[in-house]
Design a binder for this molecule. Structure first.
Ligand code: NDP
Length: 300
């Protein structure tokens, strides 16, 4: 396939406009999926400490480097700081832990996964007796100082945020010494995020689109619209699949989709949306299908 386009960050580094998502890609599946993806032309892999799969992903990456398929420089690896490591002094150790899991010297992009903190400790999802998650009041401005230190120590090339809204970004930009280069947010047919994407663009922040397919079969029960007649008709017109129409819609919003799949045929299918363009009428027709319903657990 033709090369995947890149977008240039405000700091000059480049990110491929398609990545492999790996949330819920579990032991056994994910190593093979990452190797298949690299063989199929993916150069951008998205993971997180919270996904508990950094180790296998790192093994796949190192195998593909060792067999000569790619070099480390060819790849763009993202991981994320989990909510219970938000204290300034915990950020560098958490980043080093992710690097140790991955078996890499640096990541390309380290993101604050969510703009709020959980109680510290090893329990990734601390809850009280009533089952409510135990939050902590650590300010994300404090967390950001730790993120900046990760850049100073060469642990990551770039730093960014995830699930931040425009108010949180404005507040962060006022005190940041190193500006975030990327915001990773939910973008799909239901949630097109046009306002937030515009806001990010004005502030030189690129956007990565998570759950770009609307997470088919999501536990929130949200209809991702892939079977909607509008999408089926466009799929027929362009000789594409509904998933490829959804990815193209998200891409034409200027965002980099990171569809997750552990199925080789779908990993390939999800690369094939760079060779056609939806007209503005078609973009509008898809826009009208959006209900604003999210699949992500916490709505930012
Ligand atoms: P997606 O919208 O990527 O949907 C993934 C699901 O779609 C899987 O069940 C997959 O199945 C299926 N699928 C993949 N390709 C196709 C296709 N071509 N046709 C039909 N079904 C398909 O949802 P995710 O929530 O996984 O989002 C993508 C990635 O974004 C995550 O994996 C993660 O890396 C990131 N993310 C980040 C978040 C954040 O807070 N920053 C939150 C949520 C996600 P199968 O694997 O069986 O092929």
């Amino acid at each position: 396939m033709a090369g995947i386009p890149t977008i240039t960050f405000s700091n000059g580094h480049k990110m491929p406009m398609l990545g492999l998502g790996t949330y819920k890609s579990q032991m056994g599946d994910v190593k093979r999926a990452v190797k298949d993806a690299i063989d199929l032309g993916y150069r951008h892999i998205d993971t997180a400490f919270f996904y508990v799969n950094e180790k296998e992903i790192g093994e796949a990456i190192r195998d593909k480097i060792k067999d000569g398929s790619v070099t480390r420089e060819d790849l763009f690896i993202t991981t994320k700081l989990w909510n219970n490591f938000h204290k300034e002094e915990h950020v560098v150790p958490a980043c080093k832990q992710s690097l140790a899991n991955l078996g890499l010297d640096y990541v390309d992009l380290f993101l604050v996964h969510w703009p709020f903190a959980f109680k510290e400790g090893d329990d990734l999802w601390p809850t009280d007796a009533a089952g409510n998650v135990c939050e902590s009041n650590i300010d994300y401005l404090e967390t950001w100082r730790g993120m900046e230190e990760c850049v100073h120590q060469g642990l990551t090339r770039s730093i960014g945020i995830s699930n931040y809204n425009s108010e949180q970004i404005t507040r962060l930009l006022k005190s940041a010494k190193i500006a975030p280069v990327n915001n990773q947010i939910e973008v799909n047919i239901n949630v097109n995020q046009e306002k937030l994407i515009d806001f990010c663009k004005k502030h030189n922040i690129t956007v990565t689109a998570y759950s770009p397919l609307g997470q088919p079969g999501n536990s929130a029960g949200v209809d991702n619209k892939l079977n909607n007649p509008v999408i089926l008709q466009l799929a027929k017109k362009y000789n594409k699949t509904p998933a490829q129409i959804a990815l193209r819609y998200v891409y034409q919003h200027g965002t980099a989709p990171i569809p997750k799949s552990v199925t080789k045929s779908r990993i390939k299918e999800n690369t094939e949306f760079f060779d056609f363009t939806l007209t503005s009428d078609e973009m509008n027709a898809i826009r009208k299908l959006g209900t604003g319903e999210r699949v992500a657990f916490f709505a930012p």
